[in-house]
Design a protein around this ligand. Structure first.
Ligand SMILES: [Mg+2]
Length: 222
């Protein structure tokens, strides 16, 4: 396997174990307005930008005949719940070691996240090792036309690093993120921890050609 020109990392559920926390925040916010969110729906929210998630939750509320709040009102309930949970997020196993190995090997890296700049600052603060990834595409990046699952975030990250997306390895955990990276032409590695109950659902929604990883500890540079 040819070594990558750059490694492009998703953040939530890939480098940091935030997905259970995001799910809890969406669940609590939806329940506040009278909608219970099941596991399949929580998965559909993974990897997407906050605004699009809120619009999706509101659409589900309307389908269910629940009186839906505005996007702003839903986010106003969710945000303090999420902000309180996120600083407790732990690194995914092997994440820190992989980033440090890539620093040593002088492989360029970028963060390609649907999270806003402010949300990333909050989540990354307890993890100084993330500072090694200086090139970042945020969900609210002014240069970003469309978020995941569109290819734009990965194309923008590759452009900023001055490399071809097809020479990059992308690391993702969500179907939306994997579709984004695959659409950009990256070699896509999808983290699918075996103990995650939704692994089977994720597998059915991945694009062709993804390589599956049980842990970041298993990554070798080829
Ligand atoms: Mg993710």
């Amino acid at each position: 396997m040819r070594p990558p020109s750059a490694c492009l990392f998703d953040l939530d559920g890939l480098l940091l174990d935030t997905e259970p926390l995001h799910a809890r925040a969406w669940q609590a916010a939806a329940a506040h307005f009278g909608l219970e969110l099941a596991a399949g729906r929580l998965l559909a929210l993974r990897g997407r930008r906050r605004l699009e998630c809120a619009q999706q939750v509101i659409a589900w509320m309307r389908e269910a005949g629940v009186v839906a709040p505005s996007v702003a009102a839903l986010l106003a309930v969710r945000q303090p719940i999420a902000d309180a949970l996120m600083p407790a997020a732990r690194p995914m196993p092997g994440a820190r070691q992989l980033v440090e190995t890539l620093v040593q090997a002088e492989v360029p890296m970028a963060l390609v996240t649907s999270s806003s700049r402010a949300a990333v600052a909050l989540k990354a603060a307890p993890h100084p090792w993330l500072a090694a990834i200086t090139s970042r595409v945020h969900g609210d990046d002014p240069e970003l036309a469309a978020g995941k699952p569109e290819p734009d975030p990965y194309l923008l990250a590759a452009r900023r690093l001055g490399v071809a997306a097809s020479d990059c390895w992308a690391f993702e955990d969500s179907p939306a993120g994997a579709r984004s990276a695959s659409g950009a032409g990256c070699r896509v590695h999808v983290l699918l921890p075996q103990d995650d109950p939704i692994t089977r659902i994720v597998l059915q929604q991945l694009p062709e050609g993804c390589e599956l990883l049980q842990s970041l500890e298993a990554v070798t540079l080829g």
